[in-house]
Write a protein that binds this ligand. Structure first.
Ligand code: PLP
Length: 377
């Protein structure tokens, strides 16, 4: 099922996880059955909650191969994946060091849920991680490209904190995708992704993925067996189909993201633009920056009117689909954060996070310009 001869993502995406035995379908069939008979009574039971049906095996092989990791598991959502990873490692009394200004719901998971079990979290920029380590720091959590600011993170700081603390280094790679960044190959212990976004890529499935070493995958399997949160067999088949086109979709997202960011920066109605291609310091562990572009519009722009005036950009709280979407972090990703905290992180109501899709970028720019003309106060 795996193809050790292929190492390049484009080839792995077409072949990893496929069962090419004579007589089998070119595309894995959807096995609706929640369970399968095994040959011996003492064989491991095959049961969807254990994520070991043929559809799970196919998609997990594909995700692992893509990341160059020994193992992968899939979950019912990105948050289920993150929750499973964190609760597999953390125990009451432990400390988790989290990158400041990462996805609001990941912060909320630490502050509102893990805290119930006596786990303390600190939110600190990566460059200050080493000073923030504690003797009980057991997990270090960061995003390769941060949400909502689309800023590529400097891996060296994370690796140094891991070396000093021997904490589990976990990277959320959702914004980059495994085409642009393969954190496991650079020394990260566990990669988590909201596969809802670029990996599935069509805004029609909520799912999460984890790529890691075999030992951690075993521990994760135990958590998942008791907690659930697994992806259904139909979800696995759906995700595998989305993944097969990831390489070509990412090439277009990368090009459009760059073009949109550099053109928008020139507009008089815009005060700041965030995209990896515009960052002064770029670390080559991230090859390109996808279609995530965050824009702070000038005060004279009525952003809610702008959002309603755009014809080609849907105002929705997701990203990574073939179509361009946008959202206001103030009201979506960071909605549940205290206003004072949002203000400290400079997340205000002028900030819009775009996910640039596969349209012609000139049409998107024309649409934005006509929207801005209607939204000037
Ligand atoms: N991580 C990041 C960076 C995200 O942007 C999101 C969702 O937007 C998640 C995790 C959670 O993913 P899901 O919605 O699939 O649970």
């Amino acid at each position: 099922m795996s193809h050790p001869s292929a190492t390049r993502s484009a080839t792995l995406l077409q072949h990893a996880g496929r069962d090419a035995r004579l007589g089998s379908g070119l595309v894995g069939a959807l096995e609706q059955s929640v369970t399968f008979a095994t040959t011996r009574v003492d064989d491991m039971p095959i049961y969807a909650r254990l994520s070991n049906t043929t559809n799970h095996v196919e998609v997990c092989a594909l995700v692992a191969a893509l990341h160059g990791a020994p193992a992968a598991r899939v979950f019912a959502s990105g948050m289920a994946a993150i929750h499973a990873v964190l609760t597999t490692r953390l125990r009451p009394g432990d400390h988790i060091l989290v990158q400041e200004n990462c996805y609001g719901t990941s912060q909320g998971l630490c502050q509102k849920i893990l805290s119930r079990w006596g786990i303390e979290a600190s939110f600190v920029p990566l460059e200050q991680w080493q000073a923030a380590l504690r003797p009980n720091t057991r997990v270090l959590f960061f995003e390769s490209i941060s949400n909502p600011y689309c800023i590529p993170q400097n891996l060296a700081f994370a690796l140094e904190a891991k070396r000093v603390s021997s904490g589990l280094l976990v990277c959320d790679n959702t914004f980059a995708s495994p085409i642009n960044c393969k954190p496991f190959l650079h020394g990260v212990d566990v990669v988590v992704e909201s596969a809802t976004k670029y990996m599935n890529g069509h805004s029609d499935l909520i799912c999460g993925a984890v790529a890691c070493g075999s030992d951690f995958a075993q521990e994760l399997a135990v958590t998942a067996m008791y907690v659930g949160g697994f992806l259904s067999s139909a979800g696995c088949m759906h995700l595998a189909k989305g993944l097969r086109t990831l390489q070509v979709r990412m090439a277009a997202h990368n090009a459009n993201g760059r073009a949109f960011a550099s053109a928008v920066r020139e507009l008089p109605d815009v005060s700041e633009v965030y995209h990896g291609s515009l960052c002064a310091m770029q670390d080559d562990w991230i090859k390109d920056f996808a279609g995530m572009v965050t824009v702070r519009f000038a005060k004279h722009i009525d952003v809610s009117r702008l959002m309603r005036s755009l014809n080609l950009v849907a105002d929705v709280p997701s990203l990574g689909g073939t179509e361009t979407t946008a959202c206001l972090p103030w009201w979506t990703t960071n909605r549940w954060m205290a206003d004072s905290e949002k203000q400290r992180l400079k997340i205000d109501e002028q900030l819009v996070r775009f996910s640039i899709g596969l349209e012609d970028v000139n049409d998107l720019l024309d649409d934005l310009k006509q929207g801005l003309a209607l939204a000037r106060r």
